[in-house]
Design a protein around this ligand. Structure first.
Ligand SMILES: Nc1nc2c(ncn2[C@@H]2O[C@H](COP(=O)(O)OP(=O)(O)OP(=O)(O)O)[C@@H](O)[C@H]2O)c(=O)[nH]1
Ligand SMILES: [Mg+2]
Length: 471
């Protein structure tokens, strides 16, 4: 464990845990960041991970769980009073209740503290009492990492870059039209600023729908409680070097700077720089189902998202981190229960190829990385079905749309991921080789044995990589 984590845990232990009298030593804290682009599977991952750490019957690949070193696990009040708590109980009730359903989309950063009591191990085990480890799990949208690039850009630079992309984009035409009606040097007029911002936000949302990933400022898409505030009421304007005071241009510039200092910097300072371990969830199957452009977009987005893990590139982040770094990063393809396990190897190869640029960069920064395919909540069972004289490896589950049980063959993923990634890079508009189909399954009704968490695929392996060494 890295020293900064220990000292941080010690400081927090003294600050916030009144019970330190009984614990002779400080209690280390490990912060686990969970991120991914929208709908990647963050909420379901955290809910199932916590449920499976509380009830460890299905966590055999987590060594400390298998060998009984984890004595107990329990939820505790989190240390950060101003961060919303991750609504674990609500999400678990949705997933495992009598009418199981997927939890609602979440739009803000949230946090949960799980504390583990561990039996001592090793040479000194006879002399030590149990130790405690606090695992602080932080859920935050991957889109927020894309905002890091704004910190290095002035308002005119940012505006010029954004405006240069727009003419070629269908989704931007309305905003460009509105832009012709405003005079940047005229005095600032709030209704006009609001109209401009509304059109710009509409463009960003449409671009996101169309599969573009370069949709920052990220908080425009996920405003949360900042909705309608001045930090989100701006948009790009053409360069105006000598814009007078109180002009629209000056006010937009001021708000852009406020977005950087009041939204972007606090997120990196308060959340990002405190993360010790990180899991980046990727819904690669959905992208594959959507076609080559979506796959290429996802690859580029992953590269950008993960540039935040390469300190040194950004002066602000480097100075905040002061040498501290994320120690481990796991890239996980989610929803692997959509595929028969025969195809999981291909899925892992794809996620490795998809994030290879990004992983090289993270490795460059000294973090240990790994890739795997998992299902946080297994919603299907496997089944071989004959079809035209061959056995197809299918999965069976309850369809989300109709509620009916169905067996489903998603298509054969290629053994060589280049067969998907190369056409994607070269701008192909549809797959020539394979036919990949998407299907949404509802969570299955469960009757859990005492001591068992919800069913999953390789969640225990993910946990072993992320926290196993600290247990
Ligand atoms: N079959 C299956 N589907 C899953 C699994 N995990 C997530 N999903 C599907 O993916 C959707 C999104 O999962 P969430 O966990 O809500 O994703 P998120 O990243 O938190 O999404 P946002 O909060 O909207 O950013 C769910 O509604 C499910 O349809 C899984 O393990 N198996
Ligand atoms: Mg969520």
């Amino acid at each position: 464990m890295v020293l900064s984590t220990l000292t941080e845990g010690a400081a927090r232990g003294l600050d916030t845990l009144g019970s330190t009298v009984s614990s002779r030593f400080f209690e280390p804290t490990l912060r686990l960041g969970v991120t991914g682009l929208a709908r990647a599977g963050k909420t379901v991952f955290i809910t199932s991970l916590v449920a499976n750490l509380l009830n460890r019957g299905r966590m055999l690949q987590l060594e400390a769980a298998r060998t009984g070193r984890i004595d107990s696990a329990y939820l505790q009040p989190q240390p950060d009073d101003t961060v919303p708590r991750f609504a674990y109980e609500d999400h678990l009730a949705a997933l495992t209740g009598p009418q199981p359903h997927w939890p609602a989309s979440t739009r803000v950063v949230s946090e949960l503290r799980l504390s583990l009591t561990l039996r001592p191990s090793g040479l000194l085990s006879g002399f030590q009492g149990p130790r405690r480890l606090h695992l602080d799990i932080v859920d935050y949208p991957g889109e927020w990492l894309l905002d890091l690039a704004l910190l290095d850009k002035s308002y005119s630079q940012w505006s010029a870059e954004v405006l240069a992309r727009l003419p070629a984009r269908e989704a931007a035409q309305d905003f460009l039209q509105v832009l012709t009606t405003v005079a940047a040097n005229d005095p600032h007029d709030e209704p006009q600023a609001q109209m401009l911002a509304a059109e710009f936000t509409a463009y960003l949302n449409a671009a996101r729908q169309a599969g573009f990933y370069d949709c920052s400022p990220g908080r425009f898409l996920l405003p949360g409680d900042l909705e309608g505030s001045p930090v989100l009421t701006f948009g790009p304007l053409p360069p105006a070097d000598a814009a007078p005071r109180r002009s629209l241009w000056r006010e937009m510039e001021r708000r852009y700077e406020a977005y950087k200092s009041k939204v972007v910097q606090p997120f990196f300072r308060d959340h990002f720089t405190r993360i010790d371990r990180q899991v980046v969830l990727v819904d690669a199957l959905s992208a594959i189902h959507s076609g080559p452009q979506a796959v290429e977009d996802l690859r580029l987005a992953m590269g950008d998202v993960l540039s935040a893990f390469r300190p040194g590139r950004n002066g602000f982040l480097t100075s905040l981190l002061r040498g501290k770094r994320v120690e481990k990063i796991l890239f996980a393809a989610t929803k692997a229960d959509h595929l028969h396990h025969q195809q999981h190897g291909e899925m892992i190869a794809i996620i490795e190829a998809l994030t290879s640029d990004a992983r090289d960069r993270a490795q460059f920064a000294g973090a240990e990385t790994a890739a795997l395919a998992l299902a946080s909540l297994r919603a299907t069972t496997e089944e071989m079905r004959p079809h035209n004289g061959v056995e197809l490896a299918c999965v069976r589950g309850r369809l989300l749309e109709t509620g009916k049980q169905a067996a489903f063959y998603p298509g054969a993923l290629p053994q060589d991921p280049a067969q998907l990634l190369s056409p994607a890079r070269q701008g192909a508009t549809r797959w020539l080789e394979g036919d990949y189909r998407a299907m949404q399954f509802a969570p299955a009704a469960l009757s859990l044995k005492p001591g068992d968490g919800p069913p999953h695929i390789r969640l225990d392996r993910a946990a072993e990589f992320l926290i196993g060494d600290a247990l």
